[in-house]
Design a protein around this ligand. Structure first.
Ligand SMILES: NC(=O)c1ccc[n+]([C@@H]2O[C@H](COP(=O)([O-])OP(=O)(O)OC[C@H]3O[C@@H](n4cnc5c(N)ncnc54)[C@H](O)[C@@H]3O)[C@@H](O)[C@H]2O)c1
Length: 406
């Protein structure tokens, strides 16, 4: 159905709830994920402007999706039912037939009941120790505030559960090292929530850089502006894992490492604190490959998520919030239109799968699920530690006013 929206020149295309195809894939996209992040209702209707049209997503019914997975699916227990769980993980998990959310835990009883009812999950626990004792739970998602990752992770691996732990891995290196040791001594498989590694365009960029198409890469530049106007109190305090360096930087420092297969050897940071600690930061680094990296990260503002990789033969640019944005600009010639047309089929396919951004969570879970039966998970606790090392170096540089060797 196409309808005209008063005051808007672009028609809105929406698909009725009975469309099996869009029920299956849902529609989700770039800028909209940011709007979605601001609300607790993951089924909130959102829109994308892929190919100049506004496409409204239709999300699968979460209760039915969970029931469809049946008893044969791998049982997932979720610890922490806040924004990340409701807006990102539960929608992603509902699209994975091999996984079934069997239990939820939140220390806030009202929140627990609300999320349990909305997602049709009957086993509800206020104490994560009780969830870890539930035999129907084989995999645990740890999505509690960052200061609690360490304790919950140690208990989960000790209980023999496979663990998906959200970023940043922990508050400091001592915690991260204990988590690494626990992961190494347990039979449980673990994955770090660096879902950007599973983003379609990031994977294309990784392949493109490795192919040598850009020539020698000399620099990487990223911008991430979170679209959230409001953040919960802990996310505004550096001491509690909040602020743009912990919250956003952890993702982008991992992107530096992942895209360039290289480690940061020195880091420099500047920070502004308006209303939140580290509300806006600029972090730059020299990498072991000799390339330079820089990221501008802001907790709030108009949602932006850009990556630019500068090689001696070509520059690659894309936005993680725009499915059609992958663009390679060779030195000496412009090929905007050809590039855009060439990328369009991939962009349309991504829209069908629900949009690249949300799909990165689904893909990350899927890759972890595959790793349960052998193979490497898409990101490890060690990757979390390395990203954290850069974040801590940034804090040191910011307070000393000097470059920090890592
Ligand atoms: N990968 C991503 O893109 C992404 C996005 C958002 C958040 N995150 C990460 O996910 C984690 C959670 O973030 P959020 O935004 O959902 O936070 P949040 O504050 O919205 O939610 C945390 C929830 O955990 C509950 N909780 C706190 N301590 C608990 C405990 N000991 N046991 C059980 N429940 C407990 C709280 O009541 C709350 O409902 C953070 O580490 C954050 O950095 C990752």
């Amino acid at each position: 159905m196409i309808e005209r929206i008063p005051g808007r020149s672009i028609p809105r295309v929406s698909y009725g709830d009975k469309s099996a195809r869009f029920q299956r894939y849902g529609f989700f996209s770039e800028a909209p994920i940011c709007h979605n992040l601001s609300g607790m209702d993951s089924r909130e209707r959102v829109a994308t402007d892929t190919a100049g049209l506004l496409l409204e997503p239709v999300f699968p019914d979460p209760v039915k999706a969970n029931a469809r997975a049946g008893v044969s699916g791998v049982g997932v227990g979720v610890i922490g039912c806040g924004r990340a769980t409701v807006a990102l993980h539960l929608p992603a998990l509902s699209r994975l037939p091999g996984l079934r959310v069997t239990a939820l835990c939140d220390s806030n009883p009202a929140r627990l009941t609300e999320v349990g009812r909305a997602w049709g999950v009957a086993s509800l626990y206020r104490d994560h120790g009780d969830l870890l004792g539930d035999p129907a739970v084989q995999v645990v998602l740890i999505a509690v505030p960052t200061p609690e990752h360490h304790d919950v992770f140690l208990r989960a691996t000790e209980a023999g559960k496979h663990v998906y732990v959200e970023k940043p891995v922990a508050l400091d290196l001592a915690q991260a090292d204990r988590m690494l040791a626990a992961a190494a001594s347990s039979r449980a498989r673990t994955v770090l929530g660096f879902n950007l590694r599973s983003h379609r365009l990031v994977r294309s960029a990784h392949a493109c850089i490795r192919s040598g198409a850009l020539g020698r890469v000399v620099a990487l530049r990223t911008v991430l502006v979170g679209g959230l106007a409001e953040r919960v109190p802990w996310q505004r305090r550096r001491a509690q894992g909040g602020g743009a360096i912990y919250e956003l930087g952890s993702h982008h420092f991992d992107l530096w490492r992942f895209l360039l297969d290289s480690e940061a050897v020195e880091v420099r940071a500047h920070s502004l604190s308006n209303g939140s600690d580290d509300s806006t930061v600029a972090v730059s680094a020299r990498l072991s490959s000799g390339a330079l990296a820089s990221s501008i990260l802001a907790l709030s503002g108009a949602a932006t998520h850009q990556v630019e990789v500068i090689g001696q033969a070509a520059t690659l640019r894309f936005s993680l919030y725009r499915a059609d944005s992958f663009h390679i600009e060779p030195v000496g010639r412009l090929s905007e239109l050809i590039n855009w047309l060439g990328r369009l089929p991939g962009a349309v396919r991504a829209a069908r799968r629900g949009g690249d951004y949300l799909d990165s969570y689904r893909t990350h879970w899927m890759r972890f699920l595959e790793a349960l039966s052998g193979g490497e998970p898409p990101a490890t606790v060690k990757d979390g530690r390395e990203s954290l090392r850069i974040a801590l170096g940034a804090f040191e540089s910011e307070s000393s006013g000097r470059c920090c060797a890592l």
